[in-house]
Design a protein around this ligand. Structure first.
Ligand code: ATP
Length: 523
Protein backbone atom coordinates (compact mmCIF):
# COMPACT_ATOMS: atom_id res chain seq x y z
CA UNK A 1 0.00 0.00 0.00
CA UNK A 2 1.40 3.44 -0.87
CA UNK A 3 1.59 6.24 1.71
CA UNK A 4 -1.24 8.03 -0.13
CA UNK A 5 -3.50 4.93 -0.08
CA UNK A 6 -2.82 4.54 3.60
CA UNK A 7 -3.64 8.21 4.24
CA UNK A 8 -6.88 7.94 2.25
CA UNK A 9 -7.96 4.79 4.12
CA UNK A 10 -7.35 6.54 7.42
CA UNK A 11 -9.37 9.58 6.30
CA UNK A 12 -12.33 7.34 5.35
CA UNK A 13 -12.18 5.44 8.65
CA UNK A 14 -11.86 8.68 10.60
CA UNK A 15 -14.81 10.22 8.76
CA UNK A 16 -16.98 7.33 9.93
CA UNK A 17 -15.62 7.05 13.47
CA UNK A 18 -16.16 10.74 14.19
CA UNK A 19 -19.58 11.27 12.63
CA UNK A 20 -18.60 12.94 9.35
CA UNK A 21 -19.62 10.44 6.67
CA UNK A 22 -21.47 7.12 6.94
CA UNK A 23 -22.19 4.59 4.18
CA UNK A 24 -25.84 5.07 3.22
CA UNK A 25 -28.38 2.61 4.71
CA UNK A 26 -25.52 0.82 6.40
CA UNK A 27 -27.72 -1.54 8.42
CA UNK A 28 -28.61 -3.12 5.05
CA UNK A 29 -24.90 -3.29 4.10
CA UNK A 30 -24.95 0.10 2.39
CA UNK A 31 -25.74 1.19 -1.15
CA UNK A 32 -22.87 1.58 -3.56
CA UNK A 33 -21.57 5.13 -4.14
CA UNK A 34 -24.14 6.66 -1.78
CA UNK A 35 -23.21 8.24 1.54
CA UNK A 36 -24.87 10.03 4.44
CA UNK A 37 -23.38 12.97 6.31
CA UNK A 38 -23.31 12.61 10.09
CA UNK A 39 -23.53 15.16 12.88
CA UNK A 40 -20.12 16.71 12.17
CA UNK A 41 -20.26 16.16 8.41
CA UNK A 42 -23.44 18.17 8.02
CA UNK A 43 -21.87 21.11 9.90
CA UNK A 44 -18.75 21.06 7.72
CA UNK A 45 -20.90 20.82 4.61
CA UNK A 46 -23.10 23.73 5.73
CA UNK A 47 -20.02 25.84 6.45
CA UNK A 48 -18.59 25.17 2.98
CA UNK A 49 -21.96 26.18 1.50
CA UNK A 50 -21.99 29.36 3.61
CA UNK A 51 -18.53 30.32 2.41
CA UNK A 52 -19.47 29.74 -1.21
CA UNK A 53 -22.83 31.53 -0.89
CA UNK A 54 -21.34 34.48 0.93
CA UNK A 55 -18.54 34.95 -1.61
CA UNK A 56 -20.94 34.58 -4.55
CA UNK A 57 -24.26 36.11 -3.54
CA UNK A 58 -23.53 38.37 -0.58
CA UNK A 59 -20.30 39.81 -1.97
CA UNK A 60 -21.55 40.45 -5.51
CA UNK A 61 -24.27 43.07 -6.03
CA UNK A 62 -25.11 41.42 -9.34
CA UNK A 63 -25.42 37.77 -8.26
CA UNK A 64 -28.64 36.42 -6.75
CA UNK A 65 -29.70 33.00 -5.50
CA UNK A 66 -32.22 30.39 -6.61
CA UNK A 67 -33.56 27.05 -5.42
CA UNK A 68 -35.15 25.22 -8.34
CA UNK A 69 -36.92 21.84 -8.21
CA UNK A 70 -34.98 18.64 -8.91
CA UNK A 71 -37.71 17.39 -11.27
CA UNK A 72 -37.97 19.38 -14.46
CA UNK A 73 -40.07 19.17 -17.60
CA UNK A 74 -38.58 16.34 -19.71
CA UNK A 75 -38.09 18.62 -22.72
CA UNK A 76 -35.49 20.47 -20.62
CA UNK A 77 -33.13 17.54 -21.15
CA UNK A 78 -33.82 17.34 -24.85
CA UNK A 79 -32.98 21.05 -25.16
CA UNK A 80 -29.87 20.81 -23.00
CA UNK A 81 -28.51 17.91 -25.05
CA UNK A 82 -28.39 15.52 -22.10
CA UNK A 83 -30.72 12.90 -23.58
CA UNK A 84 -28.61 12.66 -26.72
CA UNK A 85 -25.13 13.36 -25.46
CA UNK A 86 -24.73 12.86 -21.72
CA UNK A 87 -22.78 9.65 -22.14
CA UNK A 88 -19.59 8.19 -20.78
CA UNK A 89 -17.57 5.55 -22.65
CA UNK A 90 -17.35 2.35 -20.60
CA UNK A 91 -15.10 -0.70 -20.89
CA UNK A 92 -14.96 -3.95 -18.88
CA UNK A 93 -12.00 -6.08 -17.95
CA UNK A 94 -12.97 -9.70 -18.56
CA UNK A 95 -10.66 -11.08 -15.87
CA UNK A 96 -11.43 -8.83 -12.92
CA UNK A 97 -15.03 -8.25 -14.12
CA UNK A 98 -14.46 -4.60 -13.20
CA UNK A 99 -15.95 -1.77 -15.22
CA UNK A 100 -14.04 1.41 -16.05
CA UNK A 101 -14.55 4.72 -17.83
CA UNK A 102 -12.39 4.39 -20.93
CA UNK A 103 -11.43 8.09 -20.90
CA UNK A 104 -10.41 7.87 -17.22
CA UNK A 105 -8.16 4.86 -17.98
CA UNK A 106 -6.34 6.92 -20.61
CA UNK A 107 -6.22 10.01 -18.37
CA UNK A 108 -4.74 7.95 -15.51
CA UNK A 109 -2.14 6.60 -17.95
CA UNK A 110 -1.24 10.20 -18.83
CA UNK A 111 -1.14 10.98 -15.09
CA UNK A 112 1.52 8.30 -14.62
CA UNK A 113 3.72 9.86 -17.30
CA UNK A 114 3.18 13.23 -15.63
CA UNK A 115 4.29 11.71 -12.29
CA UNK A 116 7.52 10.52 -13.95
CA UNK A 117 8.17 14.08 -15.14
CA UNK A 118 7.67 15.40 -11.60
CA UNK A 119 10.06 12.76 -10.23
CA UNK A 120 12.66 13.81 -12.80
CA UNK A 121 12.28 17.43 -11.61
CA UNK A 122 12.78 16.41 -7.97
CA UNK A 123 15.93 14.46 -8.98
CA UNK A 124 17.19 17.51 -10.87
CA UNK A 125 16.58 19.77 -7.87
CA UNK A 126 18.66 17.45 -5.70
CA UNK A 127 21.45 17.16 -8.27
CA UNK A 128 21.87 20.87 -9.04
CA UNK A 129 21.05 22.32 -5.62
CA UNK A 130 21.10 26.15 -5.50
CA UNK A 131 21.86 26.47 -9.21
CA UNK A 132 18.63 24.72 -10.20
CA UNK A 133 16.28 26.54 -12.55
CA UNK A 134 13.07 24.51 -12.78
CA UNK A 135 11.82 26.35 -15.84
CA UNK A 136 15.04 25.71 -17.79
CA UNK A 137 15.24 22.10 -16.60
CA UNK A 138 11.67 21.40 -17.73
CA UNK A 139 12.35 22.82 -21.18
CA UNK A 140 15.75 21.18 -21.79
CA UNK A 141 15.90 17.80 -20.04
CA UNK A 142 15.65 15.15 -22.81
CA UNK A 143 13.58 12.68 -20.71
CA UNK A 144 11.08 15.39 -19.87
CA UNK A 145 10.86 16.56 -23.47
CA UNK A 146 10.26 12.98 -24.64
CA UNK A 147 7.57 12.37 -22.03
CA UNK A 148 5.84 15.69 -22.76
CA UNK A 149 5.75 14.64 -26.40
CA UNK A 150 4.16 11.30 -25.42
CA UNK A 151 1.50 13.13 -23.38
CA UNK A 152 0.71 15.49 -26.25
CA UNK A 153 0.32 12.63 -28.68
CA UNK A 154 -1.96 10.61 -26.38
CA UNK A 155 -4.04 13.69 -25.59
CA UNK A 156 -4.55 14.51 -29.23
CA UNK A 157 -5.62 10.92 -30.00
CA UNK A 158 -7.98 10.95 -27.01
CA UNK A 159 -9.46 14.22 -28.20
CA UNK A 160 -10.01 12.79 -31.66
CA UNK A 161 -11.77 9.61 -30.49
CA UNK A 162 -13.97 11.60 -28.12
CA UNK A 163 -14.87 14.15 -30.77
CA UNK A 164 -15.59 11.61 -33.48
CA UNK A 165 -17.22 9.24 -30.98
CA UNK A 166 -15.18 6.46 -32.61
CA UNK A 167 -15.48 3.66 -30.05
CA UNK A 168 -13.39 1.16 -32.05
CA UNK A 169 -10.52 3.67 -32.23
CA UNK A 170 -10.91 4.19 -28.50
CA UNK A 171 -10.38 0.48 -27.89
CA UNK A 172 -7.33 0.53 -30.24
CA UNK A 173 -5.86 3.40 -28.22
CA UNK A 174 -6.23 1.46 -24.95
CA UNK A 175 -4.69 -1.65 -26.55
CA UNK A 176 -1.80 0.28 -28.12
CA UNK A 177 -0.94 2.03 -24.87
CA UNK A 178 -0.90 -1.39 -23.21
CA UNK A 179 -3.15 -0.19 -20.40
CA UNK A 180 -3.71 -2.92 -17.82
CA UNK A 181 -6.58 -3.36 -15.37
CA UNK A 182 -5.41 -2.06 -11.97
CA UNK A 183 -7.10 -5.03 -10.27
CA UNK A 184 -6.28 -8.06 -12.48
CA UNK A 185 -3.22 -6.61 -14.20
CA UNK A 186 -4.55 -8.01 -17.52
CA UNK A 187 -5.20 -6.40 -20.90
CA UNK A 188 -8.24 -8.58 -21.56
CA UNK A 189 -10.68 -5.74 -22.38
CA UNK A 190 -14.17 -5.77 -23.92
CA UNK A 191 -15.19 -3.29 -26.61
CA UNK A 192 -15.90 0.31 -25.58
CA UNK A 193 -19.63 1.21 -25.27
CA UNK A 194 -21.54 4.39 -24.56
CA UNK A 195 -23.63 4.70 -21.41
CA UNK A 196 -26.16 7.45 -20.64
CA UNK A 197 -25.75 8.79 -17.12
CA UNK A 198 -29.29 10.07 -16.50
CA UNK A 199 -31.57 8.43 -13.96
CA UNK A 200 -35.08 8.15 -15.37
CA UNK A 201 -38.31 7.62 -13.48
CA UNK A 202 -42.08 7.94 -14.01
CA UNK A 203 -44.17 10.93 -13.01
CA UNK A 204 -47.49 9.98 -11.38
CA UNK A 205 -49.24 6.66 -11.89
CA UNK A 206 -49.34 6.43 -15.69
CA UNK A 207 -46.37 4.62 -17.17
CA UNK A 208 -45.02 5.29 -20.67
CA UNK A 209 -42.89 7.71 -22.60
CA UNK A 210 -45.20 10.67 -21.92
CA UNK A 211 -44.67 10.49 -18.17
CA UNK A 212 -40.94 9.75 -18.23
CA UNK A 213 -38.92 12.26 -16.26
CA UNK A 214 -35.34 12.47 -15.05
CA UNK A 215 -33.51 13.27 -11.86
CA UNK A 216 -31.49 16.33 -12.85
CA UNK A 217 -27.86 15.46 -13.74
CA UNK A 218 -26.77 19.07 -13.11
CA UNK A 219 -28.35 22.00 -11.29
CA UNK A 220 -27.54 24.43 -14.13
CA UNK A 221 -30.71 23.80 -16.15
CA UNK A 222 -32.89 24.94 -13.23
CA UNK A 223 -31.11 28.27 -13.54
CA UNK A 224 -31.46 28.53 -17.32
CA UNK A 225 -35.21 27.86 -17.35
CA UNK A 226 -35.61 30.56 -14.67
CA UNK A 227 -33.41 33.11 -16.43
CA UNK A 228 -36.36 35.26 -17.53
CA UNK A 229 -38.17 34.99 -14.18
CA UNK A 230 -35.15 36.23 -12.25
CA UNK A 231 -34.06 38.82 -14.79
CA UNK A 232 -37.50 40.40 -14.95
CA UNK A 233 -38.55 40.20 -11.28
CA UNK A 234 -35.10 41.27 -10.07
CA UNK A 235 -34.76 43.93 -12.80
CA UNK A 236 -31.29 42.49 -13.42
CA UNK A 237 -28.95 44.09 -15.93
CA UNK A 238 -26.18 42.22 -17.76
CA UNK A 239 -23.75 41.07 -16.57
CA UNK A 240 -25.48 39.27 -13.71
CA UNK A 241 -25.34 35.84 -12.13
CA UNK A 242 -27.68 33.28 -10.59
CA UNK A 243 -26.24 30.95 -7.95
CA UNK A 244 -27.71 27.70 -6.74
CA UNK A 245 -26.77 24.87 -4.40
CA UNK A 246 -28.57 21.58 -4.84
CA UNK A 247 -28.58 17.85 -5.48
CA UNK A 248 -27.68 16.30 -8.82
CA UNK A 249 -27.83 12.65 -9.87
CA UNK A 250 -25.67 10.67 -12.28
CA UNK A 251 -25.68 6.96 -12.87
CA UNK A 252 -21.88 6.88 -12.80
CA UNK A 253 -20.26 3.83 -14.40
CA UNK A 254 -17.57 3.61 -11.78
CA UNK A 255 -17.90 5.14 -8.36
CA UNK A 256 -15.10 3.84 -6.21
CA UNK A 257 -13.38 6.75 -4.56
CA UNK A 258 -15.51 7.40 -1.48
CA UNK A 259 -17.43 10.69 -1.84
CA UNK A 260 -15.34 11.80 -4.84
CA UNK A 261 -17.70 10.19 -7.32
CA UNK A 262 -21.21 9.48 -6.16
CA UNK A 263 -24.50 8.77 -7.87
CA UNK A 264 -26.29 11.37 -5.73
CA UNK A 265 -24.23 14.45 -4.99
CA UNK A 266 -24.50 18.18 -4.47
CA UNK A 267 -23.33 20.98 -6.72
CA UNK A 268 -22.74 24.67 -6.12
CA UNK A 269 -23.20 26.33 -9.49
CA UNK A 270 -23.26 29.90 -10.66
CA UNK A 271 -24.33 30.90 -14.15
CA UNK A 272 -23.12 34.36 -15.13
CA UNK A 273 -25.09 35.96 -17.96
CA UNK A 274 -23.02 38.23 -20.19
CA UNK A 275 -23.02 40.13 -23.41
CA UNK A 276 -21.95 37.98 -26.40
CA UNK A 277 -18.32 38.66 -27.28
CA UNK A 278 -17.22 39.34 -23.70
CA UNK A 279 -16.88 35.65 -22.77
CA UNK A 280 -13.07 35.50 -23.00
CA UNK A 281 -12.59 38.25 -20.41
CA UNK A 282 -15.20 36.79 -18.06
CA UNK A 283 -13.66 33.34 -18.43
CA UNK A 284 -10.33 34.71 -17.22
CA UNK A 285 -12.04 36.70 -14.46
CA UNK A 286 -13.86 33.67 -13.04
CA UNK A 287 -10.82 31.41 -13.37
CA UNK A 288 -8.83 33.83 -11.24
CA UNK A 289 -11.63 34.52 -8.75
CA UNK A 290 -12.45 30.87 -8.18
CA UNK A 291 -8.80 29.92 -7.72
CA UNK A 292 -8.43 32.58 -5.03
CA UNK A 293 -11.57 31.26 -3.31
CA UNK A 294 -9.77 27.94 -2.96
CA UNK A 295 -6.40 29.40 -2.03
CA UNK A 296 -7.86 31.51 0.75
CA UNK A 297 -8.42 28.30 2.74
CA UNK A 298 -4.67 28.19 3.30
CA UNK A 299 -3.85 24.65 2.10
CA UNK A 300 -1.19 26.07 -0.25
CA UNK A 301 -1.35 27.23 -3.86
CA UNK A 302 0.61 24.12 -4.95
CA UNK A 303 -2.40 21.96 -4.08
CA UNK A 304 -4.35 23.31 -7.07
CA UNK A 305 -3.83 23.53 -10.80
CA UNK A 306 -5.80 24.38 -13.91
CA UNK A 307 -6.43 21.69 -16.47
CA UNK A 308 -7.83 22.68 -19.86
CA UNK A 309 -10.45 20.27 -21.17
CA UNK A 310 -9.12 17.89 -23.80
CA UNK A 311 -12.53 17.69 -25.43
CA UNK A 312 -15.00 20.53 -25.07
CA UNK A 313 -18.55 19.58 -24.05
CA UNK A 314 -21.28 20.09 -26.64
CA UNK A 315 -22.19 23.47 -25.11
CA UNK A 316 -18.76 25.04 -24.49
CA UNK A 317 -16.34 27.30 -26.40
CA UNK A 318 -13.74 27.19 -23.60
CA UNK A 319 -13.51 25.04 -20.48
CA UNK A 320 -11.08 24.10 -17.76
CA UNK A 321 -11.06 22.38 -14.40
CA UNK A 322 -9.54 23.45 -11.14
CA UNK A 323 -7.84 20.27 -10.02
CA UNK A 324 -6.97 19.50 -6.43
CA UNK A 325 -4.29 17.21 -5.09
CA UNK A 326 -6.55 14.54 -3.57
CA UNK A 327 -4.93 11.57 -1.77
CA UNK A 328 -5.19 9.70 -5.11
CA UNK A 329 -3.61 12.48 -7.18
CA UNK A 330 -4.68 15.68 -8.96
CA UNK A 331 -8.36 15.38 -9.93
CA UNK A 332 -11.19 17.70 -10.90
CA UNK A 333 -12.71 19.71 -8.09
CA UNK A 334 -14.45 22.46 -10.03
CA UNK A 335 -15.29 23.21 -13.65
CA UNK A 336 -15.27 26.63 -15.30
CA UNK A 337 -17.11 26.62 -18.60
CA UNK A 338 -17.86 29.22 -21.22
CA UNK A 339 -21.27 27.86 -22.27
CA UNK A 340 -21.97 30.39 -25.04
CA UNK A 341 -25.71 30.90 -25.80
CA UNK A 342 -26.16 27.15 -26.24
CA UNK A 343 -28.50 26.56 -23.30
CA UNK A 344 -30.66 29.68 -23.46
CA UNK A 345 -30.74 29.47 -27.27
CA UNK A 346 -31.93 25.87 -27.20
CA UNK A 347 -34.53 26.52 -24.50
CA UNK A 348 -35.83 29.32 -26.69
CA UNK A 349 -36.05 26.91 -29.62
CA UNK A 350 -37.66 24.02 -27.72
CA UNK A 351 -40.09 26.09 -25.62
CA UNK A 352 -41.08 28.54 -28.32
CA UNK A 353 -40.69 31.38 -25.76
CA UNK A 354 -38.48 34.35 -26.42
CA UNK A 355 -35.57 34.13 -23.95
CA UNK A 356 -33.66 37.31 -24.65
CA UNK A 357 -32.24 40.40 -23.06
CA UNK A 358 -33.03 43.91 -24.14
CA UNK A 359 -29.79 45.88 -24.16
CA UNK A 360 -30.95 49.48 -23.72
CA UNK A 361 -27.51 50.91 -24.56
CA UNK A 362 -27.41 49.15 -27.92
CA UNK A 363 -31.16 49.22 -28.39
CA UNK A 364 -30.99 45.55 -29.31
CA UNK A 365 -32.34 42.16 -28.17
CA UNK A 366 -30.07 39.16 -27.90
CA UNK A 367 -29.65 35.79 -26.18
CA UNK A 368 -27.02 36.31 -23.46
CA UNK A 369 -23.87 34.21 -23.30
CA UNK A 370 -23.13 32.27 -20.12
CA UNK A 371 -20.05 31.70 -18.02
CA UNK A 372 -20.46 28.87 -15.53
CA UNK A 373 -18.58 27.97 -12.37
CA UNK A 374 -19.56 24.53 -11.07
CA UNK A 375 -18.10 22.92 -7.99
CA UNK A 376 -19.02 19.63 -6.34
CA UNK A 377 -19.81 20.20 -2.67
CA UNK A 378 -18.91 16.62 -1.76
CA UNK A 379 -15.57 16.84 -3.58
CA UNK A 380 -14.88 20.09 -1.76
CA UNK A 381 -15.73 18.32 1.51
CA UNK A 382 -13.30 15.53 0.65
CA UNK A 383 -10.61 18.06 -0.28
CA UNK A 384 -10.97 19.82 3.10
CA UNK A 385 -11.15 16.61 5.10
CA UNK A 386 -8.24 14.85 3.42
CA UNK A 387 -5.95 17.89 3.57
CA UNK A 388 -6.86 18.60 7.21
CA UNK A 389 -6.24 15.10 8.52
CA UNK A 390 -2.90 14.95 10.39
CA UNK A 391 -1.26 12.46 12.70
CA UNK A 392 1.20 14.20 14.99
CA UNK A 393 3.84 12.93 17.36
CA UNK A 394 3.86 15.16 20.44
CA UNK A 395 6.81 16.19 22.64
CA UNK A 396 5.71 13.84 25.40
CA UNK A 397 5.93 10.88 22.97
CA UNK A 398 2.15 10.47 22.57
CA UNK A 399 0.34 10.76 19.26
CA UNK A 400 -2.66 12.83 18.34
CA UNK A 401 -4.96 12.83 15.34
CA UNK A 402 -6.02 16.35 14.52
CA UNK A 403 -8.19 17.77 11.77
CA UNK A 404 -6.62 21.11 10.89
CA UNK A 405 -9.80 22.33 9.23
CA UNK A 406 -9.76 26.07 8.46
CA UNK A 407 -11.50 27.46 11.61
CA UNK A 408 -14.35 29.04 9.66
CA UNK A 409 -15.28 25.63 8.24
CA UNK A 410 -14.84 23.60 11.45
CA UNK A 411 -18.05 21.80 12.55
CA UNK A 412 -17.66 22.90 16.18
CA UNK A 413 -15.95 26.22 16.80
CA UNK A 414 -15.43 26.02 20.53
CA UNK A 415 -15.68 23.39 23.26
CA UNK A 416 -16.26 24.49 26.85
CA UNK A 417 -14.97 22.36 29.74
CA UNK A 418 -15.20 22.72 33.50
CA UNK A 419 -11.85 21.58 34.89
CA UNK A 420 -13.68 19.42 37.45
CA UNK A 421 -17.22 18.17 37.70
CA UNK A 422 -17.76 19.95 41.07
CA UNK A 423 -17.23 23.15 43.08
CA UNK A 424 -19.60 25.16 40.89
CA UNK A 425 -17.32 24.82 37.83
CA UNK A 426 -19.94 23.10 35.60
CA UNK A 427 -22.43 25.88 36.36
CA UNK A 428 -19.90 28.57 35.49
CA UNK A 429 -18.87 26.69 32.32
CA UNK A 430 -22.50 26.47 31.22
CA UNK A 431 -22.84 30.24 31.68
CA UNK A 432 -19.86 30.67 29.31
CA UNK A 433 -21.37 28.16 26.90
CA UNK A 434 -24.71 29.99 26.85
CA UNK A 435 -22.95 33.21 25.85
CA UNK A 436 -20.88 31.58 23.09
CA UNK A 437 -23.58 29.44 21.53
CA UNK A 438 -25.54 32.51 20.49
CA UNK A 439 -22.77 33.11 17.92
CA UNK A 440 -21.18 29.79 17.03
CA UNK A 441 -21.66 26.03 17.24
CA UNK A 442 -20.30 24.84 20.63
CA UNK A 443 -19.91 21.66 22.60
CA UNK A 444 -19.87 21.13 26.34
CA UNK A 445 -17.83 18.28 27.85
CA UNK A 446 -17.18 17.43 31.47
CA UNK A 447 -16.25 13.74 31.28
CA UNK A 448 -12.62 12.48 31.49
CA UNK A 449 -9.37 14.31 32.07
CA UNK A 450 -8.81 17.57 30.15
CA UNK A 451 -6.13 15.92 27.96
CA UNK A 452 -8.62 13.33 26.72
CA UNK A 453 -11.22 15.99 26.04
CA UNK A 454 -8.65 17.95 24.00
CA UNK A 455 -7.94 14.81 21.91
CA UNK A 456 -11.63 14.28 21.18
CA UNK A 457 -12.00 17.88 20.03
CA UNK A 458 -8.78 17.70 17.97
CA UNK A 459 -10.23 14.68 16.18
CA UNK A 460 -13.23 16.68 14.96
CA UNK A 461 -11.20 19.82 14.25
CA UNK A 462 -12.51 22.17 16.96
CA UNK A 463 -10.23 25.23 16.78
CA UNK A 464 -10.72 26.44 20.39
CA UNK A 465 -11.21 24.77 23.76
CA UNK A 466 -12.11 26.88 26.77
CA UNK A 467 -11.52 25.60 30.32
CA UNK A 468 -13.22 27.00 33.38
CA UNK A 469 -11.22 26.44 36.60
CA UNK A 470 -11.38 27.58 40.22
CA UNK A 471 -9.70 30.89 39.43
CA UNK A 472 -12.45 31.62 36.89
CA UNK A 473 -14.92 31.89 39.78
CA UNK A 474 -12.89 34.77 41.23
CA UNK A 475 -11.45 36.60 38.25
CA UNK A 476 -13.98 35.80 35.46
CA UNK A 477 -11.28 34.59 33.13
CA UNK A 478 -10.73 31.22 31.43
CA UNK A 479 -7.97 29.33 29.65
CA UNK A 480 -8.30 29.16 25.88
CA UNK A 481 -6.33 26.56 23.96
CA UNK A 482 -5.70 26.74 20.24
CA UNK A 483 -5.94 23.49 18.26
CA UNK A 484 -2.90 23.61 15.95
CA UNK A 485 -0.26 25.23 18.18
CA UNK A 486 -1.82 23.77 21.37
CA UNK A 487 -0.85 27.09 23.00
CA UNK A 488 -2.90 28.22 25.96
CA UNK A 489 -3.62 31.69 27.18
CA UNK A 490 -5.74 33.34 29.82
CA UNK A 491 -8.57 35.53 28.64
CA UNK A 492 -11.42 37.46 30.30
CA UNK A 493 -14.82 35.85 29.72
CA UNK A 494 -16.27 39.11 28.39
CA UNK A 495 -13.58 39.18 25.65
CA UNK A 496 -14.20 35.58 24.51
CA UNK A 497 -17.03 36.25 22.05
CA UNK A 498 -15.00 38.73 20.05
CA UNK A 499 -11.75 36.74 20.31
CA UNK A 500 -13.37 33.62 18.90
CA UNK A 501 -15.74 35.41 16.53
CA UNK A 502 -12.88 37.23 14.77
CA UNK A 503 -11.04 33.99 14.14
CA UNK A 504 -13.80 31.62 13.07
CA UNK A 505 -16.14 33.73 10.95
CA UNK A 506 -16.79 33.07 7.27
CA UNK A 507 -16.00 36.75 6.90
CA UNK A 508 -12.33 36.01 7.64
CA UNK A 509 -12.15 33.65 4.63
CA UNK A 510 -13.82 36.14 2.32
CA UNK A 511 -11.41 38.83 3.51
CA UNK A 512 -8.46 36.50 2.77
CA UNK A 513 -9.85 36.00 -0.69
CA UNK A 514 -10.17 39.73 -1.30
CA UNK A 515 -6.58 40.24 -0.16
CA UNK A 516 -5.35 37.50 -2.52
CA UNK A 517 -7.28 39.02 -5.41
CA UNK A 518 -5.88 42.48 -4.67
CA UNK A 519 -2.33 41.10 -4.58
CA UNK A 520 -2.91 39.30 -7.87
CA UNK A 521 -3.96 42.60 -9.46
CA UNK A 522 -0.94 44.45 -8.01
CA UNK A 523 1.55 41.85 -9.23
P1 ATP B 1 -15.88 14.07 -13.98
O1 ATP B 1 -15.03 14.34 -15.21
O2 ATP B 1 -15.07 13.86 -12.74
O3 ATP B 1 -16.94 13.02 -14.21
P2 ATP B 1 -17.51 16.24 -14.83
O4 ATP B 1 -16.56 16.99 -15.68
O5 ATP B 1 -18.54 15.37 -15.47
O6 ATP B 1 -16.71 15.41 -13.70
P3 ATP B 1 -19.11 18.53 -14.28
O7 ATP B 1 -20.23 18.07 -15.12
O8 ATP B 1 -18.24 19.63 -14.77
O9 ATP B 1 -18.23 17.27 -13.85
O10 ATP B 1 -19.71 18.89 -12.84
C1 ATP B 1 -19.23 19.95 -12.05
C2 ATP B 1 -18.69 19.47 -10.73
O11 ATP B 1 -19.61 18.57 -10.09
C3 ATP B 1 -17.40 18.67 -10.85
O12 ATP B 1 -16.28 19.53 -10.91
C4 ATP B 1 -17.41 17.85 -9.59
O13 ATP B 1 -16.86 18.58 -8.50
C5 ATP B 1 -18.88 17.62 -9.33
N1 ATP B 1 -19.26 16.25 -9.72
C6 ATP B 1 -19.53 15.81 -10.96
N2 ATP B 1 -19.86 14.51 -10.94
C7 ATP B 1 -19.82 14.12 -9.63
C8 ATP B 1 -20.06 12.90 -8.95
N3 ATP B 1 -20.46 11.82 -9.60
N4 ATP B 1 -19.89 12.86 -7.60
C9 ATP B 1 -19.51 13.97 -6.93
N5 ATP B 1 -19.27 15.15 -7.51
C10 ATP B 1 -19.41 15.24 -8.85
Amino acid sequence: MTKQDDHFKKVIAHAKEFGFVFPSSEIYDGLSATYDYGQNGVELKNNIKDYWWMSMVQMHDNIVGLDAAIFMHPTTWKASGHIDAFNDPLIDNRDSKKRYRADVLVEDFIGKIQDKIEKEVIKGKKRFGEEFSEKEFRSTNPNIIRRKGQIEEIESRLKLVLETNDLAAFKDLIDELGIVCPISGSKNWTEVRQFNLMFGTELGSVAGEASKIYLRPETAQGIFVNYLNVQKTGRMKLPFGIAQIGKAFRNEIVARQFIFRMREFEQMEMQFFIKPGTQKDWYEYWKKTRMKWHESLGFGADQYRFHDHIKLAHYADAACDIEFKFPFGFKELEGIHSRTDFDLGNHEKFSGKKIQYFDAEQNQNYVPYVLETSIGLDRMFLAVLSKSFCEELLDDGTQRVVLKIPPALAPVKVAVFPLLKKDGLPEKAKQVLNILKLDVNCQYEEKDAIGKRYRRQDAIGTPYCVTVDHESLNDNSVTIRERDSMKQERIAIDKLQKYIGDRVSTKSLVQNMDRLLENAVLN
